[in-house]
Design a protein. Structure first.
Length: 573
């Protein structure tokens, strides 16, 4: 496989010299459009400026080309995303077919592997054994040579295949891409700047891009049989097989991305479709969210106080507002010496605590073998964890979550609602049906939205935090109080709860032993300053944040404060 070589921004010639497929792509593009793209390197949010015609690096031999055609050009008004990856010619496709046959024949006797990385390394070694690198390939293997003639030219299928070094790179990439990785979607899933991937039938795949908004790719399935075979294989790999009798499934890919498949023309009239909600390979930290402006250090300090003191909370917002990202980012604020249980339909919660029990539902045609969210929550309650984390509340498990709160088990979950009023309405209506008087057990809710980023593109912002004071019998309603709000004009968060926080003064202060309950505001200010120092020192990696907070939970405040100033951050390159 090609190594990750980084080229200087603007060095398109260097990239073209190293990668034949980039060279060919740029030549063809210049011939068609009469313009030469700019090499950007690793993409950042500053790229969305001026005319868009740039190539950026994904990983290994993979690149993406963003192009926004001029008004008079074909496709004007659409931002195009082109995948640039190694391509095989007809001769190389024939060689690949022979290679795959040999690999499958050898596979039963191959050593076992414990991860995809080990599998890839084993395949690379097997491919190397079946090939010989030469300056020029076997003369009989010219373009258009049938695969059976290639077999004859190398003997009875056991002699090494003669290939050039560049051919070996292309063959190794495509074999591993198709056998281990994501096949035709590999480039899409390698782009960390893509958020949602939408494929409907045989149309070109569209994506939501973090920097450029909605973009259209040059990738599509050529025929319905190929699409359906791919979706069946993908669904089987994630353990949720799709079929005509069960055409809709939800699951998670190996990298944690969420996938929804709608299979069968009977259900999806334009052909089988799927949507992939991508997640970053590395968990986003709370400090990174502070630097991105999703929240500020003061909001984070308030959440820290709540989680350290066993408060129940919901992270709520509309679809794709970043709820799961925020939930994972705040979990290091929970005491690192306690037991945590998580219960999910799709495994998305990421916990680094030492005592973490991860529970996932199981689907089955046999009712006795089925494990539903309700079953997981009952199992969690018997184990008396400090926190129960529910990936997402959608239905009846919401009532069980509130029952868990009543028994003294703090709960953290995500939920679909854009405001505290809508959240209460959804919980108290069908199908969840939580009695309104149960809301005494929820302590606060975080609300998050997708907004237009100041420099273009999209961004996420925590737009408010509301405390739940309790159920009012006379009014037959729930009393709440806003603690934080976000000003979209200034793009700033403001604390509205100074000397008005029911939760801080009447619950947290007592738990932390403050004689004067208003000293809790000084404690929040102290934590705000510490978190801001972490952001100023660029301590944004999730592991750095967790490990520094671990110093606090193991050694106390002074050691924690000193660690912030001397900690060497993990590189995020």
């Amino acid at each position: 496989m090609a190594e990750d070589i980084e080229f200087q921004q603007g060095d398109l010639d260097g990239v073209m010299e190293r990668f034949d497929h980039v060279n060919q792509w740029v030549s063809d593009f210049e011939e068609k459009y009469g313009t030469r793209p700019f090499y950007y390197g690793k993409l950042d949010r500053a790229a969305n400026q001026g005319e868009l015609n740039l190539i950026y690096h994904l990983r290994g031999p993979l690149f993406a080309h963003i192009y926004r055609p001029a008004d008079e050009e074909e496709g004007a008004g659409t931002t195009l995303w082109f995948a640039i990856e190694p391509q095989l010619n007809e001769d190389e496709e024939n060689i690949k077919e022979i290679l795959v046959e040999r690999l499958l024949k050898e596979a039963p006797n191959a050593p076992s592997f414990g991860s995809d990385a080990e599998f890839e390394a084993m395949l690379e070694n097997m491919i190397a054994r079946h090939t010989t690198v030469t300056r020029s390939p076997n003369s009989s293997m010219n373009a258009g040579t049938p695969v059976n003639r290639i077999r004859q030219s190398i003997g009875l299928g056991e002699a090494p295949l003669q290939v050039t070094e560049k051919q070996l790179e292309r063959l190794t990439y495509t074999v591993i891409r198709d056998l281990v990785r994501s096949g035709p979607l590999e480039a899409l899933l390698s782009d960390e700047m893509l958020e949602d991937i939408h494929a409907v039938g045989l149309r070109y795949i569209s994506m939501d891009h973090k920097v450029f908004g909605m973009v259209t790719s040059n990738i599509r399935f050529r025929d319905r049989d190929m699409l359906e075979r791919y979706l069946r294989a993908m669904s089987e790999r994630i353990g949720r097989p799709v079929s005509d009798s069960k055409p809709i499934i939800d699951g998670a890919l190996l990298d944690g991305s969420r996938i929804n498949i709608v299979y069968s023309d009977d259900v999806s009239m334009l052909g089988s479709s799927f949507t992939i909600r991508k997640f970053a390979e590395e968990t986003i930290s709370i400090i990174q969210l502070i630097k991105w402006g999703t929240l500020n250090a003061e909001v984070a300090a308030y959440i820290w106080l709540g989680l350290e003191n066993g408060m129940s909370l919901l992270v709520s917002g509309e679809t794709a507002s970043g709820k799961t990202t925020t939930l994972n980012a705040i979990l290091p604020f929970i005491d690192h010496n306690v037991k945590i249980y998580s219960a999910e339909d799709t495994p998305e919660v990421k916990v680094r605590h030492r005592l973490w029990q991860r529970l996932v539902t199981r689907d089955s045609k046999n009712e006795d073998s089925r494990v539903e969210m309700f079953d997981l929550l009952k199992a969690a309650l018997r184990s008396r964890p400090r926190y129960i984390i529910i990936g997402e509340i959608r239905g009846a498990e919401g009532a069980t979550a509130f029952q868990a709160m009543q028994t003294g088990h703090p709960v953290i979950a995500t939920f679909h609602a854009s405001s505290i009023v809508k959240m209460i309405q959804r919980f108290t209506g069908d199908p969840i049906n939580v009695p309104m008087r149960f809301f005494d057990n929820l302590n606060f809710a975080i609300f998050q939205e997708v907004v237009e980023a100041p420099g273009g593109g999209i961004a996420r912002r925590i737009t408010g935090i509301d405390e739940v004071i309790g159920y009012n019998k006379e009014a037959d309603g729930v009393l709440t109080r806003g603690m934080f709000d976000w000003n979209p004009v200034r793009d700033k968060h403001y604390f509205r709860g100074m000397f008005q926080s029911h939760l801080m003064e009447n619950k947290m202060a007592a738990l932390m032993g403050f004689e004067n309950k208003r000293d809790i505001y000084d404690e929040m200010a102290r934590r705000t300053e510490a978190l801001q120092r972490m952001a100023d020192n660029d301590l944004v990696h999730y592991d750095d944040v967790f490990d520094i907070l671990d110093v606090y939970y193991q050694l106390g405040w002074e050691a924690f404060s000193e660690a912030i100033d001397v900690w060497t951050p993990i590189s995020n390159d």
